[in-house]
Design a protein around this ligand. Structure first.
Ligand SMILES: [Zn+2]
Length: 84
């Protein structure tokens, strides 16, 4: 029940891993890569649930809380989203 978020640190994520962040208020989706979290945010020591707690929606005026989910390579391969 989300317990992996309190056991896994950003730095523990496999190379090329991607987290999907969905705004609980407006549904805006962002993708957080391991490289972004570890290199740009210097958040390699933070647990995923800490990242989740700190994440806020970037939509102007929303600032909703984000819900993080792990993206699995085998689930996303062959899937192209948003191409109508
Ligand atoms: Zn939002």
């Amino acid at each position: 029940m989300g317990s992996w978020k309190s056991k896994l640190r950003c730095g523990d994520l496999p190379e090329g891993a991607k987290l999907e962040a969905v705004c609980r208020r407006c549904g805006q989706v962002r993708y957080l890569t391991r490289g972004y979290l570890v290199d740009e945010r210097a958040a390699g020591h933070l647990y995923i649930d800490e990242i989740e707690a700190r994440s806020r929606c970037r939509v102007l005026g929303c600032k909703g809380r984000m819900r993080l989910a792990m993206m699995h390579r085998n689930q996303t391969s062959g899937f192209v989203g948003g191409m109508a």
